[in-house]
Design a protein around this ligand. Structure first.
Ligand code: HEM
Ligand SMILES: *[C@@H]1O[C@H](CO)[C@@H](O)[C@H](O)[C@H]1NC(C)=O
Ligand SMILES: *[C@@H]1O[C@H](CO)[C@@H](O)[C@H](O)[C@H]1NC(C)=O
Ligand SMILES: *[C@@H]1O[C@H](CO)[C@@H](O)[C@H](O)[C@H]1NC(C)=O
Ligand SMILES: *[C@@H]1O[C@H](CO)[C@@H](O)[C@H](O)[C@H]1NC(C)=O
Length: 325
């Protein structure tokens, strides 16, 4: 028969163990998949070598995952009710094949151990680093969700046409504050936007017969050339006019000059309702990119902690596109 104190010790350590598993940790896979980080890094590097834009696309996938049912890889699930068909993702979210090949490489090394949600998180960090941005330690131990939430994706993801107050509120719902809103918007220092999402700004803005007055008149001809009035809105333009593939502070310098491409970018600096606070943070980042780098890394860690599944919740998907049968 087990001695009473032994039983106590056993139960206590069991609880500690379960407790520890419900926290994300940097060394979560150090025993179960010791080469995980280098495997993901190599795959992301290859993908970016094939197409520089892929860094931006992978970073955005992590964001769009975390804002819907938490960072649980729900975005990766296929199907007609998937998040992929929600308005903010349709013909827009990309990089799913790259996630598939990272998952395949990871499965070959350590089968059924690493979640798709963690793969997205690591790939986002590596995309930033490989584009010249900051590095941070990634917390791991997320598990994959069992359902997609198309309605959630439509309702929760911010739209480029929304007011600053609405955008701030959507971030606040996930515990992300003004600093996080501005820092994370700096993700737009890389990547592209379709014309359809900003063309209303380049002529007859809000029925005024003129362009958006917060837009620098010197970039208007470039935007008009990239987005002819008779085109279908699928042409693209860099979100950071000067340096589309480099993760730097130019995005914020652009906002100060009225060169934010999306309305939702420029209002961080120009909105009248804007609390001077977002404007002050934009000014700070424009003048000191090191502060941006530091705040961006911290905000990414905060975003990566949104409503994660841990312990025995959810599952480790074998294929990121389908739940295990
Ligand atoms: C603040 C609210 C945000 C709004 C309204 C917004 C909106 C958009 C829009 C409209 C696009 C272009 C999509 C298209 O062309 O189909 C875009 C692209 C992008 N977004 Fe955001 N976004 C926001 C926040 C973020 C955050 C927090 C991140 C990551 C930290 C991010 C990363 C990106 C990246 C990297 C791209 C380029 C993707 C590519 O080239 O494939 N965005 N965003
Ligand atoms: C989907 O997201 C909405 C909006 O947050 C939420 O109310 C709903 O419960 C979610 N549905 C599922 C199945 O998780
Ligand atoms: C936002 O939260 C971070 C900590 O997560 C903090 O350092 C920062 O000062 C906060 N910003 C604002 C505007 O409250
Ligand atoms: C501008 O928009 C307004 C309102 O939508 C419309 O009545 C007007 O005809 C437009 N003007 C031009 C030049 O397109
Ligand atoms: C843009 O491209 C998508 C996918 O190729 C297509 O389905 C859509 O109809 C195009 N948009 C317009 C406005 O033509």
């Amino acid at each position: 028969m087990m001695h009473k104190s032994k039983i106590f010790w056993f139960l206590t350590s069991l609880m500690l163990c379960v407790g520890a598993r419900s926290q994300l940790r940097t060394d979560f896979y150090s025993k179960s998949c010791p080469n995980l980080l280098s495997i993901v890094r190599k795959e992301v590097k290859n993908a970016i070598k094939n197409e520089a834009r892929m860094a931006a696309s992978l970073l955005r996938l992590h964001f769009h995952d975390c804002f819907v049912n938490g960072c649980d890889a729900s975005l990766l699930l296929d199907g007609k009710d998937s998040e992929k068909f929600a308005l903010p993702n349709l013909n827009s979210a990309r990089g799913f094949e790259v996630i598939d090949s990272i998952k395949e490489a990871v499965e070959n090394a350590c089968s059924c151990v690493v979640s798709c949600a963690d793969i997205l998180t690591i790939a986002a960090r590596d995309s930033v680093v490989l584009s010249g941005g900051p590095w941070w330690k990634v917390l791991l131990g997320r598990r994959d969700g069992l359902v997609a939430n198309q309605t959630g994706a439509n309702v929760l993801l911010p739209s480029p046409f929304e007011s600053l107050d609405r955008i701030i509120a959507k971030f606040a719902d996930f515990g992300l504050n003004l600093t996080d809103v501005v820092a994370l918007s700096g993700g737009h220092t890389i990547g592209l936007s379709r014309c359809a999402l900003f063309s209303h700004r380049i002529s007859n803005f809000s029925g005024t017969g003129a362009p958006d007055s917060t837009l620098d008149s010197r970039v208007i001809p470039r935007l008009q050339a990239a987005c002819p009035a008779d085109s279908d809105g699928n042409n693209t333009f860099p979100l950071d006019v000067n340096s589309r593939d480099s993760f730097d502070g130019h995005y914020f310098e652009n906002l100060v000059k009225g060169r934010g491409i999306l309305q939702s970018d420029q209002i961080l600096f120009s909105s009248e309702s804007a609390t001077s606070t977002t404007r002050d943070i934009v000014r700070l980042y424009a003048s000191d990119p090191a502060v941006f780098s530091n705040d961006f890394a911290n905000a990414m860690i905060k975003m990566g902690n949104v409503k994660t599944l841990t312990g025995s919740n959810g599952e480790i998907r074998g294929n990121c596109r389908v739940v295990n049968s």
